[in-house]
Write a protein that binds this ligand. Sequence first.
Ligand SMILES: Cc1ncc(COP(=O)(O)O)c(C=O)c1O
Length: 391
Amino acid sequence: MQPVERAISTRSVEIPPFLVMDVLERAMDMARDGREVIHLEVGEPDFDTPANIIQAGIEALKAGKTHYTSSIGIYELRHAIADHYRKTYGVRVDPDTVVVTSGSSPAIFLVLAAILDPGSEVILSDPHYACYPNFVKFLGGVPVFVEAPAKNGFQMDPDDVAKAVTERTRAILVNSPANPTGTVMESDRMQRLAELNVPIISDEIYHGLVYEGQEHSILEFTKDAFVVNGFSKLFAMTGWRLGYLIAGGDYIRPIQKMSQNFFISAADFIQYAGVEALTNSSGETKRMKEVFNQRRQAMVARLKEIGFRIEVDPTAAFYVLADARHFSADSYAFAFEILDEAGVGVAPGIDFGDKAEGFIRFSYTNSLKNILDGLDRIDLYLRNRFGRQEP
Ligand SMILES: Cc1ncc(COP(=O)(O)O)c(C=O)c1O
């Protein structure tokens, strides 16, 4: 018998790390060594999941909801999702075109796996959510970036998108409200993207967390679209791992087959908690949103005082993408410098694309006190290092 080679696959070697996790993991090491770090890097709500949702999960467990479910999810939840889209955006969604997943991350994977062949292209904004190009490349596709510069409100220009379309393009991926910019795409821009006649994948995970203006679902503009959404952000349910996708009818069977093979189903009892979240949590989500909004205003004001440049005030999600190029051109090194020297975790812009290099993303998923203390620490550090910076 031939000796068998031990190999680590090229794919798994080549997939880049999620850099913000590198920062978080170093911060955890520092905490273990007794150093107290303030976290402004993580993209997850600091709130506990609302009590009624937890209760619904417990009751479902006690009622024996501990089995596999249909690989596309329980009907009650798919129906509640369809109903949520009808009530919120006035669009008709057939529950049979909804697939429930263990978080929106598997939903992104399934949608891309359903449309990409080797060499297929997906148009992404730059900056973008860190993981998008990694999903595309892992599946053999090619990410094609269109700049979303601050002067455009961190949005892609539909004319630039049109120029990036080739015969290999399979989708345009949009994310409004956006991570890392905290901005919302205007409805006329969505309309113009929809008119390009290219399928649109719309990651709507930050819907409901809009403090100024109005978010729109892509389904208001076109049916030639895939929606990705989940419970992590609005309902403070990151650790529950619950999300979903909405796709055109033809795609459901291929997606269902992948779901059967790779995941079997999302967790049974957690799907019942999802029904409670969608049908009975508006008071709680409103309260969390108000708190996020106060923190947003305080963080933006203080960052500007400290000397970070914020060309586009964020109006949604829970992020501020601040220009720090006058402090450092290397956001990765600068983020670790801030962590090591000031004891504050922040996310390096380079995680979110080449066009975000030199920027730092701050999350306001921490108490107002911790946010202000963290920014005071950064202020002190920058004063010592650079002297006073004017905005
Ligand atoms: C834009 C965006 N999409 C998707 C996700 C993944 O969320 P989850 O898998 O928890 O639903 C995140 C998480 O930060 C995100 O920011």
